[in-house]
Design a protein around this ligand. Structure first.
Ligand code: HAH
Length: 368
């Protein structure tokens, strides 16, 4: 067959045009996924942990675009908000609540009873001796009444008790001042006081390392015990402080699956994925800790862990009623100082310039 040059040119031109257009459509689809705000990818509240410093400048507008729920990272913890018996420090908490209210975001309160960041005065009398169970529970009730009462109707969910379970395999509850003085009653009491102060708020037990089968069973025992005893617990908070090497899909599936049948709602309350293999305790610096670059290999691995998590979250979408990220972007994260001080981490969906990382489209494909 004789090929006529200008006909060949036309065919080549047409083929090129078609393939370019096909490419353009794919690129447009990808852009559509990653341009879409995070909160608009999911039909449940998508939150972020903040301090007042996040609510100004470029981060304020960014938060409003990407998230529709706020958790005060520190401002409502016992120490910061109630530093002395006769003094509440409302300033930071109020500023976060005002920002959320002005802009129509929900608020998850964090937290009402914890062994950490709890001021020493709670547990001691004026001579420094440990107080009685009765005094400690009275102080807890007054504290919860004041904090929950102040934000009644504005905070839709509270982490009532945080991290009460021991990390030691053979120990059930953490050997905290709360446990030492009150026995395990303080946990149920905290829920009762919170319910009394705001009967409409959702009330959560919140903890970490939930993917460990041993800790998970202890959490199950605790929340099931509370529920069966008629204590007003409505949800379980899985913190979700994970890392480049965990969780596997199977680990996460069996974790969420374990809690799914309890008749409690589940929220992922503090999600981040460290680029360093998981370590649970603070430790001194080692030479390899100097290697903090966010390499393409780390980015790809992290995106895969995020992807796996959201694939499993989607499977349990009927049980999961909220997901909160623990900090706004890689500009600043609590993991920059934990478990190793001053080791830069990159655990979030957005980089230090607030630009989406590979993890964002990786999770957006599991929108619901
Ligand atoms: C969380 N603990 C706390 O709930 C939160 O209030 C704080 O701001 C940061 C993290 C997590 C945690 C852990 O994953 C391992 C050891 C201790 C604490």
């Amino acid at each position: 067959m004789k090929i006529i040059p200008h006909k060949l040119a036309a065919v080549v031109y047409l083929a090129l045009l078609l393939s370019c257009n096909a490419g353009k459509n794919i690129r447009q689809d990808q852009a559509a996924v990653s341009d879409k705000a995070l909160k608009d990818c999911f039909s449940i509240p998508i939150g972020v942990a903040v301090g007042p410093y996040n609510l100004k400048g470029d981060e304020a507008a960014f938060i409003l675009k990407q998230f529709n729920s706020l958790t005060p990272e520190n401002a409502m913890k016992m120490g910061p908000i109630h530093p002395r018996p006769d003094r509440y420090n409302w300033r930071d908490a109020d500023s976060i609540v005002d920002f959320a209210q002005r802009n129509g975001l929900r608020i998850r309160g964090h937290n009402l009873c914890w062994h950490n960041q709890a001021p020493g005065w709670f547990f001691t009398d004026s001579s420094g001796k440990a107080v009685s169970k009765e005094v400690l529970l009275r102080r807890l009730r007054e504290h919860i009444q004041a904090v929950v009462g102040r934000y009644k109707g504005k905070i839709y969910a509270w982490d009532v008790v945080n991290e009460a379970i021991s990390d030691k395999p053979d120990e059930y509850l953490r050997n905290s001042r709360w446990l030492q003085i009150c026995g395990e009653d303080y946990i149920a009491k905290a829920f009762e006081y919170a319910h009394e102060a705001d009967p409409d708020a959702l009330l959560f037990y919140n903890d970490y390392n939930e993917i460990s089968p041993i800790k998970r069973e202890k959490m199950y025992r605790l929340v099931k015990g509370l529920k069966d005893a008629g204590i007003p617990i409505t949800g379980i908070g899985l913190q979700g402080h994970w890392a480049i090497n965990e969780p596997s899909k199977a680990q996460l599936d069996s974790t969420i699956g374990r809690f799914a049948g309890l008749g409690l709602t589940i929220q992922i309350t503090e999600l981040d994925i460290s680029v360093y293999p998981k370590e649970h305790d603070a430790r001194p610096r080692r030479p390899e800790d100097a290697d903090t670059a966010f390499t393409p290999a780390r980015e790809a691995k992290q995106a895969e862990v995020y992807r796996n998590c959201f694939e499993v979250f989607k499977k349990y979408r009927k049980q999961i009623s909220g997901i909160t990220f623990w900090n706004v972007s890689d500009r600043s994260s609590w993991l920059d100082d934990f478990p190793v001080r001053n080791r830069k981490d990159h655990p979030l969906l957005f980089d230090s310039n607030l630009k989406p990382k590979k993890a964002l489209p990786a999770i957006a494909q599991y929108s619901w």
